[in-house]
Design a protein around this ligand. Structure first.
Ligand SMILES: O=C(O)c1ccccc1NCC(=O)[C@H](O)[C@H](O)COP(=O)(O)O
Length: 199
């Protein structure tokens, strides 16, 4: 089944919806962004989420002290890196028990040991589509992000066959997460999977 990541959670209002509809992952953005949160907010949000929802730190720099603090406080189970890292840094993160989502960019080395390679739009969190044509979906477990929403995610699953789909802008209204859009997105993914496995 295609897993779902809802990214850019920054306030409590949406927690009951997440706990009811159970996406596989929720992302906390620590990078500079209108969705940015700090450690204390992340701790508070994590505590309200059901334990089966895994949480992901989204970062644009390899900040090992932040990541270690997040692990120590049991805030995250995964890290999403919008930056270049080397094999040693990857190993350090995995030794903390984290899954590593490595964003793919032509100028960054792709590490085979990363748990997932993530394809995103050039500007993450912008709601713009990633270039699906550049994706070699046979190569490695992958995450598709960038401009997904409830109306295009079924096509994305069919065409790209990612292990995880990621959404942020597509489940927002006026910059805030929107309960109905989250529900529609999750239903679209689950319907697409049913069609895939029943055909
Ligand atoms: O969401 C942000 O503002 C952000 C800022 C800096 C680095 C990464 C960021 N988001 C990463 C995500 O995982 C988003 O969900 C992904 O880029 C898809 O976003 P969208 O196209 O808005 O669905």
């Amino acid at each position: 089944m295609t897993k779902i990541k809802i990214c850019g959670i920054k306030d409590q209002a949406v927690i009951p919806t997440l706990n009811q509809y159970l996406p596989d992952y929720v992302g906390f953005v620590f990078a500079k962004s209108p969705r940015q949160i700090k450690l204390p907010q992340a701790v508070a949000l994590r505590r309200q989420l059901k334990p089966e929802i895994k949480t992901v730190a989204v970062v644009t720099a390899y900040d090992f002290s932040l990541i270690t603090a997040l692990v120590k406080q049991e805030v995250i189970q995964a890290v999403q890196l919008h930056c270049s890292i080397n094999a040693q840094q990857l190993k350090q993160l995995q030794q903390l028990g984290l899954q590593v989502f490595q964003v793919v960019k032509s100028t960054w080395p792709r590490l085979a040991a990363a748990d997932y390679w993530m394809y995103d739009a050039v500007q993450p969190g912008s709601g713009k589509l990633a270039d699906w044509q550049q994706i070699d979906h046979q190569q490695h477990p992958l995450i598709l992000a960038g401009g997904l929403n409830s109306t295009n995610v079924a096509q994305a699953i069919k065409q790209v066959q990612p292990q995880i789909v990621d959404v942020s802008s597509g489940v927002e209204t006026n910059g805030n997460k929107d309960r109905n859009k989250i529900i529609d997105f999750i239903r679209s993914v689950r319907n697409a999977d049913q069609k895939k496995y029943c055909n």
